[in-house]
Design a protein around this ligand. Structure first.
Ligand code: T1G
Length: 701
């Protein structure tokens, strides 16, 4: 039939098999293949048709690489219309993940069966678009309006059992042989005289939706939109599913889809999708680099970080040993883990049995001798270089040959740590972000001597525990925290220059940051930076970069945990409130340092916060600390709350234009502070050549 879609009749059942690796995306060839097969089936002796996929998954959606190119016929809506209007039963047989256009194709079928491990979802919102082939019209017709909205606006996959409860799947199959189970199911349907169930024939009674429901739903979404426009458009479409006949609803969906697909937000989110996958690849490392087996893990240090990391492994069934210096500290650490899990259980997101299973995988010890069997150790002790070196010396003496020795340090020199052992090739950085069981980013830090198979193993393992990995070479702060310094510095300098904390944070949050820089300082605790500054006696700290923060700590205003920092916090709700006392303090500090305060525009705040990220990112690229600009974007998207609708700092820079970024940095250099605003040579070069970071990535692929 075609290279990627085949059709055969088995026992009077027509079987359409899509075989288009890696994920059976709906490329033009796949669409055409399915359309031809369905057309053929109309006139042969088959009694029903089964649509299934070879390989690891059912259709994972539209082919994202075709976006932005001229449309090729047949369109997905045409294929879907052909399936739905078939005069013979069409049954979708799902394994792996039926996503986006894949699920929409399945919803055009008259029945859907799935193996128990299958998942279905409409993840389009994560690409800044919406289901464009009937998903917004068909899902509410079978699953109900609220369930459909929750599913489509969140974009998360739903497991087969839950999908069956929602009516999205008619039959959860037993057994592992998808094809034979699906054939049996199709034959049973034929024998029982099952009707051609077309979702388009269902209509929703508008009276079943409470008055004001959509308006309230939009408000709820707006609170977490952070620059995204697709969620609101999804509500518009689902509203049309309720109030209009299906063909009109489909037209509304098409119109909204067309608007979104060409939006800057979607372009940014598609960039993020591919950058995330690219970041997992290490340049120069062959795809078939052998991996080390990781069957047991140990964590040194049972604090918030160590405990969170332990949970990541227990969550995927890997046994973890937690090492602490005393029984008391160990009990405290295990207690925090138990508390974290029980909160999840209380929220209804985990069963008691699941919690018990995970807790059973986490054991405690106070003796390094217990670590002789583990395959990976992650050190998560204090950021004190002497303690870290001592820990690695001990690990070197007790761990078996070939065990991977990782440090979770945020700032220390991984090469120095590696040299504390006789096996520097086995030492690597695994920099988790707090809370480690929640935050998606894992910065994998490659020491000068880290072995290839260690890197490959850690990247793979990172994905297994649900993290998005990005590789960094060794430097102070690695990619993320190194870049953050300029951002934090400018937030502080803006205060001295005349902006208020609320103004600075509001600009960052309007841009889409999860939280403004000063509010983040309060959340993390202002004492953290204070101690870090004190520990760095090797450099001279300019008071203009920290005097207000330092004064706040010395006034015991440590941030949220002490009820006040840059802001005052409501003890009940933790809502932040501007504090005139802080505004007076800022004025006083500015006067002491001879800084003349002035009115600061939002535009200036925006550029002064974000351009330092870009400038340092350019240095990081040039020095080879990061492999690609996309890797830097991934670090910021998953580790620092950068808005995905902006694609990450380097992608954002390309959209603003490197010439403008460069010019503005030069202007700040000349008018504000020459030390902080030296343009990175790579930025200057690309700006002068009229190029983008994306061009650089291509030239250096
Ligand atoms: N199009 C093109 N390439 C894709 C792709 C897609 N939809 N999905 C994955 N790939 C590539 C990916 O870049 C990678 O390539 C390889 O496949 C393996 O992916 C009309 C508008 C299915 C859960 O958003 O969520 O349908 O790096 O590493 O971890 O409404 O891929 O190897 O060269 O992620 O096993 C909606 C996106 C599209 C699904 C598998 N669908 N994909 O995860 O492998 S919009 C999606 C995924 C749409 C309709 C519309 C995951 C996966 P390379 P991987 P994985």
């Amino acid at each position: 039939m075609s290279n990627v879609v085949s059709y055969e009749v088995v026992d009077k059942i027509g079987v359409i098999t899509v075989d288009s690796p890696p994920v059976n995306a709906l490329s033009q060839a796949v669409r055409e293949g399915i359309l031809n097969a369905v057309t053929t089936a109309q006139n042969d002796d088959s009694e029903a048709v089964v649509l299934l996929c070879a390989g690891r998954t059912f259709i994972a959606g539209a082919d994202i690489t075709e976006f932005g190119k001229p449309p090729l016929s047949p369109s997905l809506p045409e294929v879907i219309a052909a399936i739905e209007s078939s005069n013979k039963l069409v049954v979708a047989a799902i394994h792996g993940t039926a996503l986006g256009g894949g699920l929409e194709t399945a919803l055009a079928c008259h029945y859907r069966c799935a193996v128990p491990s299958a998942k279905v979802g409409l993840p389009e919102v994560k690409l800044g678009i919406l289901p464009g082939a009937g998903g917004t019209q068909r899902v509410p017709r079978i699953a109900g309006v609220k369930a459909a909205l929750d599913m489509i606006t969140a974009g998360n996959p739903v497991p087969a059992a839950a999908a069956s409860d929602m009516g999205l799947i008619d039959e959860v199959l037993s057994g592992d042989d998808l094809k034979s189970a699906a054939l049996t199911y199709a034959k049973d349907l034929v024998e029982s005289g099952a009707l051609l169930k077309r979702i388009r024939d269902i209509s929703i009674d508008p009276a079943s939706v409470e008055p004001g429901f959509f308006e309230q739903y939009r408000k709820k979404l707006a609170r977490r939109a952070r620059g995204q426009i697709a969620p609101d458009a999804i509500v518009t479409c689902v509203e049309a599913a309720v109030n209009k006949p299906i063909d009109e609803g489909l037209a509304v969906e098409r119109e909204e889809f067309t608007k979104l697909i060409s939006s800057p937000e979607s372009k940014a989110m598609r960039h993020a999708f591919f950058a995330e996958r690219e970041a997992a690849k290490i340049k120069g490392l062959p795809k078939d680099t052998p991996l080390r087996d990781i069957n047991e893990v140990a964590i040194i240090g049972g604090g918030t970080m160590g405990g969170g990391i332990a949970m990541c492994f227990a969550n995927v069934g890997i046994p973890v040993k937690l090492l602490e210096i005393s029984d008391e500290a160990l009990e405290r650490g295990l207690g925090i883990i138990r508390k974290n899990y029980s909160i999840t259980v209380k929220k209804g997101r985990m069963s008691e049995a699941d919690m018990a299973k995970r807790l059973e995988l986490i054991s405690g010890t106070t003796s390094y001798d217990d670590l002789s069997s583990v395959d990976l150790v992650i050190e998560a002790v204090f950021e004190n270089p002497d303690i870290k070196l001592e820990v690695f010396g001990k690990l070197d003496s007790v761990c078996k040959p070939g065990a991977i020795l990782a440090t979770n340090t945020s700032y220390q020199d991984v090469n120095l740590i590696a040299e504390a052992t006789k096996r520097p090739q086995d030492v690597v950085g695994m920099h988790f972000f707090s809370p480690a069981n929640v935050m998606k980013l894992l910065e994998v830090v490659r020491g000068d001597k880290t072995a290839d198979d260690v890197l490959a193993t850690v990247m793979k393992l990172g994905k297994k525990i649900g993290k998005v990995c990005a590789l960094s070479r060794v430097c102070y702060g690695f990619i993320g925290n190194r870049m953050l310094q300029g951002y934090g510095r400018q937030a502080h300098r803006l205060l001295l220059d005349g902006a208020t904390p609320a103004q600075v944070d509001a600009v960052a949050e309007k841009f889409g940051m999860a939280m403004g820089p000063l509010a983040v300082g309060d959340l993390a605790g202002l004492d953290v930076g204070y101690k870090a500054r004190q520990a760095r006696t090797d450099i001279k700290h300019d008071p203009r970069n920290h005097c207000v923060a330092t004064a706040l700590v010395e006034m015991d205003r440590l941030g949220q945990k002490s009820g006040a920092g840059y802001y005052k916090y409501d003890p009940e709700t933790r809502a932040r409130q501007s504090d005139p006392e802080v505004e007076a303090l800022i004025k006083q500090k500015a006067a002491e340092l001879g800084v003349e305060q002035r009115e600061i525009s939002d535009e200036e705040i925006l550029d002064r916060l974000f351009f330092p990220l870009i400038n340092e990112g350019a240095r990081i690229l040039e020095e080879g600390i990061a492999q690609r600009p996309g890797d830097i974007d991934i670090v910021y998207l998953y580790g620092y709350g950068f808005p995905v609708a902006k694609g990450g700092p380097m992608f954002y820079a390309d959209q603003v234009g490197l010439q403008r970024v460069y010019d503005r940095i030069c202007e700040f250099r000349d008018t504000l502070d020459a030390d902080s605003w030296q343009p990175a040579p790579l930025l200057e070069k690309l700006a002068k050549e009229g190029k983008t970071f994306a061009d650089w990535a291509q030239e250096n692929a």
